[in-house]
Design a binder for this molecule. Sequence first.
Ligand code: FAS
Ligand code: PHB
Length: 391
Amino acid sequence: MRATQVAIIGAGPSGLLLGQLLHKAGIDNVILERQTGDYVLGRIRAGILEQVTVNLMDEAGVGRRLHAEGIVHHAIELVFKGERHPIEVDRLTGGKVVTAYGQTELTRDLMEARAAAGLETVYEAADVSLHDFDSARPVVRWRKDGRQHELQCDFIAGCDGFHGVSRATVKDKVTEYEKVYPFGWLGVLADVPPVSPHAIVYGNSERGFSLCSMRSLTRSRYYVQCPLDDKVEDWSDERFWDELRRRLDPELAQKIVTGPSIEKSIAPLRSFVAEPMRFGRLFLAGDAAHIVPPTGAKGLNLAASDVKYLSSAFVEHYRERSAAGLDHYSDRALHRVWKAERFSWWLTSLMHRFPDMGAFNQKLQEAELEYLVHSQAASTALAENYVGLPL
Ligand code: FAS
Ligand code: PHB
């Protein structure tokens, strides 16, 4: 039977980054992905990288384009009651910054590096199933080209996202914690210059949340909060641009450069954590184990920190014959996950209008925003979470 050291399920950012770090450490791995590579690249998702993630891309040897094309942000801005307030994350955290670089580009860089190294990625792997991960020789099976395939391995890394097979395989061993938000995000990608090229702008208006971001100096990413039962077809480009302007301060609203959307989608918001993240020789990483509302730009960055912990644990196992990293992986990852869950929930609660919030809670939101932008201590707390807590 074919064999490898680590079988990775999923060729999203988690799986690809893990595969690259393991390869750099001389650990053989195979990735099984149920979609095509183009399909994976076609999913428009995250856009903001913490320094931890940038450092990991460098460690994986794939940081060149990220440094050439990524846009460093030294601040974010909060808009409420028609005024815009900077939160200078760089100054408040002693020099830490975030980088705008789309998940699509990060995934492309990792895919190209993997192909260049001649590493095996099985795309369109159907009906992946996981077996014997409580033994010393787990087995992964899948179907492709009308044939059944199987792979023996030392470990399985479940990097297959929220709807993947890995967590589903251990659903009777998992404790799930979930919070679903009563609204979604309508996101638009457009080839127009970003309205605020050096700061992500978060808005809280009486009409709801808005976000102004970018993928480059010629490609912008915008979001508005929308009801959960909205459909993308309810939103013409014109209606979107008009609604976005209404949720910003007047100066920024008149600077918006509009253009045809090249991607438009509605994403639901949820907070979700599955505990533990280890089951014998099966380890969960990234969205397979946790989901955050995108408000805090933590999803992709949490996936990266899981991968940092897991790849280090595998290296310790193979190089030092030590099980310490593997034994501590779940607790160590969850410690960081829950802090990011808290921050993402807090910023989502602060910046969105909830259908049933009532006048008192609305006044509380306004008071917290006023306190936040005028208090060094409160701004510092926001800033240190936004740039990413230490590993
Ligand atoms: P992914 O879901 O990216 O990748 C999992 C991979 O596994 C996929 O390629 C999938 O096809 C594959 N797979 C699934 N089941 C399988 C099976 N049975 N067999 C084989 N393969 C299988 N994060 C942010 O930080 N900011 C954002 O703005 C943001 N926006 C988002 C918008 C949306 C609509 C979504 C869904 C997520 C968003 N995220 C955002 C979070 C997102 O970026 C994730 O954190 C990131 O994709 C996590 O990467 P992975 O863990 O690799 O999971
Ligand atoms: C994005 O650019 O897609 C983005 C930026 C900041 C967020 C969420 C998404 O908080």
